[in-house]
Write a protein that binds this ligand. Structure first.
Ligand code: NAI
Ligand code: MG
Length: 364
């Protein structure tokens, strides 16, 4: 049997720093568990531009299409801000998402008990929270035509179009139901079917897909009410599926219920490949953090938890994923904190590498 393959794209800024800690976790699985990955590493973002004049080389793109999963750090930085739009670091990431056709963006919002005080909400509202938002990522109002700023009479009009085909709704709904089956078997679909025809179709198609998943308890909610419920009592949810625009807002909202950007992983999944695994890109939610890059201050947990998602969703290694998550939980319970997680007085922050050391020690 061949080893599962992983393409690692550390990227810019703190990307390489946090990815170095993930490499140690990957090595731990090889040395201590006999679980080996075929890992290759390449450039994306500003560093790829520096080397090749483009933020993603065609060879890297081709490699990404072949591997079982891609793990990305972060791209961008102030030194690239004045580049032409077509070669900006972000374009490398966008090309990956587009050409791999990653239509389901998974954003967990999980509250580690040790960080419950960190939330802007009351501790009992967030303690133990574990929800997953599935955002449609490749269609909707960010892509629909017509779009633009047009002259109309004696003024201008700005137009964007919310557009969803049945098949686009169907495939992201299926991803969400599959996920719900592996979790709490509860799915809430959010749209604005009260005022948008695209929402009416969304609700109809999600309901139809639901017939294939009788074990999953499906509910529907208007997205504005969903935003209220997410802040009022988020633990009522398990998996939420929604469109690109509402998902953009709701996933950011849900993420911040639980604390720091340095803690938040994500996955973007596409259609199943020949081996049955979905096309997949895993990355922390945060960016390249130029303000702390090169100082050894970055929190590697978001990137480590992104690898845990890869274990679970690409490699069917749910137990191993849980093991990584529990190691992180234990480290936090011990009071180990990178600078971004400091709330209390008198706690000394640890470095990126020390946080990695702590996670590895707990894995042992
Ligand atoms: P950012 O996420 O890089 O940083 C926001 C704030 O959070 C900063 O104060 C940073 O120090 C802190 N932070 C982020 N990740 C952290 C971590 N792991 N540990 C500790 N602190 C952390 O967002 P910002 O500053 O808006 O963007 C910086 C650059 O990153 C820009 O060039 C932007 O375009 C790019 N970016 C890239 C993304 C990606 O690669 N997916 C996503 C967001 C931004
Ligand atoms: Mg957003």
């Amino acid at each position: 049997m061949t080893n599962p393959s992983l393409l690692i794209l550390p990227g810019d800024g703190i990307g390489p720093e946090v990815m170095a800690e993930v490499r140690r976790v990957i090595d731990w699985f090889g040395a201590k568990r006999g679980i080996n990955f075929d890992v290759s590493e390449d450039l994306v973002g500003g560093c790829a531009y520096d080397m090749h004049g483009v933020p993603l080389h065609d060879d890297t793109m081709a490699k990404a299409q072949e591997v079982d999963a891609v793990l990305l750090g972060a791209v961008g930085g102030p030194q690239y801000d004045n580049l032409d739009f077509s070669v900006k670091p972000e374009r490398g990431l966008l090309r990956l998402r587009k050409e791999m056709d990653l239509y389901a963006n998974l954003r967990p919002a999980q509250c580690f008990d040790a960080l419950a005080d960190f939330s802007s909400l009351k501790k009992d509202v967030v303690a133990g929270l574990d929800i997953m938002i599935v955002r449609e990522l490749t269609s909707g109002v960010y892509f629909g035509e017509p779009r633009g700023i047009f002259e109309e009479g004696n003024e201008r009009v700005g137009i964007n179009t919310q557009r969803y085909t049945e098949s686009e709704i169907d495939r992201v709904a299926r991803s969400a139901f599959e996920l719900a089956m592996r979790r709490g078997k509860k799915l809430c679909s959010m749209e604005k079917a009260n005022v948008m025809e695209s929402g009416v179709l969304w609700r109809e198609v999600v309901t139809r897909v639901g017939a294939d998943y009788p074990e999953v308890e499906l509910s529907h909610m208007y997205a504005d009410a969903g935003a209220m419920q997410l802040t009022r009592w988020p633990k009522q949810f398990d998996v939420i599926v929604t469109d690109n625009l509402f998902g953009d807002l709701l996933s950011d909202l849900a993420a911040m219920l639980t604390g720091s950007l340095g803690m938040l992983p994500s996955a973007s999944l596409g259609a199943p490949m020949a081996n049955g695994r979905p096309k997949a890109l895993y990355e922390p939610v945060h960016g390249s953090a130029p303000d702390i890059a090169g100082q050894g201050k970055a929190n590697p947990i978001a990137c480590i938890l992104s690898f845990a998602m890869a274990l679970r969703y690409s490699f069917d290694m749910g137990d191993e994923a849980t093991r990584v998550e529990q190691a992180v939980e234990a480290v936090l319970a011990d009071g180990v904190r990178t600078a971004d997680l400091l709330g209390q007085e008198g706690v000394q922050p640890v470095s990126t590498t020390q946080m990695g050391d702590a996670v590895l020690a707990k894995l042992d």
